[in-house]
Design a protein around this ligand. Structure first.
Ligand SMILES: Cc1cc2nc3c(=O)[nH]c(=O)nc-3n(C[C@H](O)[C@H](O)[C@H](O)COP(=O)(O)OP(=O)(O)OC[C@H]3O[C@@H](n4cnc5c(N)ncnc54)[C@H](O)[C@@H]3O)c2cc1C
Length: 394
């Protein structure tokens, strides 16, 4: 029997996880608007921490390994200038610069026989692809889906971005110990995430400022050059994040490369991830359908989770016609988890509820509690239960 032909548009986390998962059972074509070298030499797109469950899926799908790298084993929580605790993760996490991860994985897939087309798909050309393939999967990421998937209004609360995202990959910062992700919450202003990452140039520290728009932390407006960006990050650390500033080595503090900084802002939106077009099923996976604010660091992990669920669905229906029932089955598998991640994430963009502040304060007294809170990031169902259990967030 001929293998069904699938087209994956976009080779980010969602597209790559799917391509690796599906390649043995289906005939896969990946279409991507940038060549591996353009991705590798281009601007950073994101930050990323692949927690235990995502790393386990990477192993399950035989995705590339990253050798002996410094693993993220803990989450450091600070509120204001008060360090509360260091919670231990049950399984270590890893952050690899997406420019390296994506470009390396695409090349590896091509070597493994997956077809790759360099093309920017638009709303017209996607129609041609729907005719050509048995299934088109939209993995085009945060810039919006190519297909008119309907919005899930209950999960799409915002009309504007809730944070300005300001990211730089730096050298010249002494790592905090034990090695972990640092989360600093400045009530009314925003947050700073400090993430140890693996880059083409070796280990780096990501400084990720999430500024509430128009707050006193929203100070990067109009900054375009790498030099200005570096100076502003340094003065921002000095003013708002003194503990991090004290670990900066003045002489060596620099961006990893001219393209390792980014300013962006996104409006979260959740869409139903399937649709019938011309009597054929089309589906979405990753940010193209499940786009959340980066504040909880779940985007890559949710994309990977949904890729696995889509893989399981397509395997279950491997020998049937793919129709609305297949799409509904995929959505039923993912809906609850998408809801949990989204509602936790939306709640994090607002002032922390009092009962969550109390939990964090308990974490400062009790290592077991601290470890449970660290685990929220690897297992967002736990975070959802903690946030939503006694309050309803609207
Ligand atoms: C500032 C910032 C910080 C973040 N921090 C974190 C974090 O710490 N942890 C975390 O888990 N997540 C984080 N995220 C979210 C995470 O980056 C995304 O959720 C994840 O990359 C989504 O993967 P994806 O495959 O859906 O999309 P992407 O990674 O965006 O990949 C989409 C791919 O599709 C290609 N493409 C787009 N349009 C077309 C087209 N028309 N034709 C062909 N190809 C196309 C793009 O070139 C790209 O390669 C962050 C996001 C941002 C913006």
């Amino acid at each position: 029997m001929l293998k069904k032909r699938l087209c994956i548009i976009g080779s980010g986390v969602a597209g790559l996880h799917l391509a690796y998962a599906l390649r043995n059972d289906f005939n896969i074509t990946v279409i991507e608007r940038k060549s591996p070298d353009q991705i590798r030499r281009g601007r950073i797109m994101s930050t990323q921490v692949h927690f235990g469950p995502t790393r386990n899926r990477e192993t399950r799908f035989n995705m590339p390994k990253w050798g002996e790298q410094p693993l993220i084993k803990s989450i450091h929580i600070t509120i204001g200038n008060q360090k509360l605790f260091v919670g231990k993760l049950q399984e270590p996490a890893l952050s690899v610069d997406q420019r390296l991860y994506y470009s390396h994985s695409i090349k590896d897939l091509i070597e493994k026989g997956v077809s790759f087309r360099l093309e920017k798909v638009d709303k017209e050309s996607v129609e041609v692809l729907i005719d050509e393939f048995d299934l088109v999967i939209d993995c085009t990421g945060k810039n919006g889906s190519l297909l008119p998937f309907s919005t899930e209004e209950d999960l799409s609360l915002f009309k504007t971005p809730q944070r300005k995202c300001i990211v730089g990959y730096f050298t010249g910062i002494k790592a905090d110990t034990p090695l972990g992700v640092g989360v600093t919450v400045l009530p009314g202003l925003g947050e700073m995430f400090e993430i140890p990452a693996v880059t083409e140039h070796g280990p780096a520290t990501i400084m990720f400022v999430m500024a509430i728009p128009n707050s006193d932390l929203d100070v990067f407006k109009g900054i375009k050059s790498a030099k200005e960006f570096t100076l502003k990050m340094r003065s921002t650390a000095q003013q708002f994040f003194p503990e991090i500033y004290n670990r900066i080595d003045g002489k060596n503090f620099a961006l990893c490369d001219e393209n390792s900084f980014l300013q962006t802002a996104l409006t979260p939106i959740i869409r139903k991830p399937y649709l019938m077009v011309k009597n054929k099923l089309v589906v979405g996976c990753g940010d193209s359908v499940f786009l959340n604010d980066p504040i909880t660091g779940q985007g890559c992990n949710l994309s990977s989770y949904c890729a696995e669920q889509l893989y399981e669905t397509l395997m279950e229906y491997k020998n049937s016609n793919w129709d609305v029932e297949t799409g509904e089955s995929y959505w039923n598998r993912t809906k609850q988890y998408v809801k949990e991640v989204t509602e936790w994430t939306n709640a994090m963009t607002k002032p922390l509820p009092e009962h969550v502040v109390q939990l964090l304060l308990q974490g400062a007294q009790d290592q077991v509690k601290a470890n449970e809170i660290a685990e929220w990031f690897a297992n967002p169902t736990k975070a959802y239960e903690a946030f939503i259990s006694t309050t309803t967030i609207h």
